[in-house]
Design a protein around this ligand. Structure first.
Ligand code: AQP
Length: 334
């Protein structure tokens, strides 16, 4: 804790065009903390390069992700919005925490296993040590709360273990963070394979609804969504496709599962999928309009990046200095 306010930290990788999974599971929930907490939201470009990126695309998506943060309701006056690589303390603490993270722990991470399978020709050390860098992101700001989707729960638990281990060896250094995972928005599944998480880097465009997709594309993707052979619009373990669509619908409308099931009682899958598509497209339309305005003003986005990096660094360096001192690193005056 730096001021009297407790700290919230989260980030999104600019590794693809953001999906409604990123929106419902993470970004949309971020602004709720702005008044009560000191919030840091970063564009995690250093994490993005654990998978090969086209440089021009990475640059463009970094601006776009920042613009989307603002378009989704994050006021830059109330939140510290910044780009991870603009604050070198992340890389520094990341390396230090690599030395306090065990090979066995990293080997157990399901995201590492999934991404290794997807990128078999590029299983690099960064992909493996991703969780230590994520721990550094969080611990640098003495974070109390980390709003993330449920897919990040395992990384967050490892972050807590790393922090606890460091504290035990060197005395109280890091605040141990808690995850904040909203129940229903926690995991949005692929529209083509509802057993798999919806991911922005999925190569099957029909599986993924992106925040910036056109209304026609959104509706088309929902119309093609995989369901099951039954005809009832109810949730259940054997109805993964319909359950996912109901989950998306309730998240966008604020209705309960029971209310949604009642609304579509007796209706066909076609009508239901169209309603989910239209609801989603209409909810995202103001976000898109705001995004377009922001992207037309690069100078404004760059000013936010610069202010955010300065503010983030100011607080990150305090933790980093403390860590270095505890480790026994020497210091010089420049
Ligand atoms: N499908 C999802 N449902 C709910 N939440 C999700 N998140 C991601 N996908 C879903 C949440 O979005 C935040 C940012 O994620 P990230 O960019 O750091 O990385 P990720 O979890 O690896 O997201 P993607 O979309 O799957 O990216 P790629 O394809 O590059 O790996 C996190 O809070 C995450 O929980």
């Amino acid at each position: 804790m730096f001021n009297d306010k407790k700290v919230v930290f989260s980030g999104v990788q600019p590794s693809g065009n953001l999906t409604i999974g990123n929106y419902l599971g993470a970004i949309r929930n971020f602004s709720a903390f702005s008044d009560e907490y000191h919030c840091y939201y970063c564009v995690a470009d250093m994490h993005a390069i654990t998978v090969r990126q086209v440089p021009a695309d990475l640059r463009k998506r970094t601006y776009e992700t920042l613009a989307l943060y603002i378009a989704c309701g994050l006021d830059p006056q109330k939140n510290t919005l910044f780009v991870q690589s603009h604050v070198p303390a992340h890389a520094e603490l990341g390396w230090i925490l690599d030395c306090y993270t065990m090979f066995g722990e990293l080997s157990r991470m399901t995201q590492f296993k999934d991404k290794s399978a997807k990128n078999a020709d590029n299983i690099n050390a960064g992909l493996f040590t991703y969780p230590s860098l994520m721990a550094a992101d969080i611990l640098l700001y003495q974070t109390e709360l980390v709003p993330v989707g449920v897919d990040q729960k395992q990384h967050l638990e490892l972050c807590r273990d790393i922090a606890g281990r460091f504290n035990q060896i060197y005395g109280e250094t890091f605040v141990i963070p808690e995850g904040y995972i909203t129940k229903e928005g926690a995991k949005i599944m692929s529209l083509q394979d509802p057993t798999k998480k919806m991911s922005k880097s999925d190569s099957n465009e029909n599986a993924v609804v992106r925040i910036l997709d056109s209304k026609d594309d959104i509706i088309r993707k929902f119309k093609r969504a995989v369901t099951d052979s039954g005809n009832e619009i109810v949730h259940g373990e054997d109805k993964e496709g319909i359950t996912n669509l109901l989950n998306i619908y309730t998240r966008f409308t604020g209705k309960t599962l029971e209310e949604a099931e009642k609304e579509f009682d007796g209706k066909g899958y076609g009508e239901f999928k169209l309603a989910v598509g239209e609801t989603c497209a209409d909810a995202l339309s103001p976000v898109k309009a705001e995004f377009d305005k922001l992207m037309a003003d690069k100078a404004y986005l760059e000013a936010i990046m610069a202010d955010g990096a300065t503010e983030a660094y100011k607080n990150a360096r305090r933790t980093l200095s403390k860590v270095k001192r505890k480790l026994g690193f020497t210091d010089i005056k420049r």
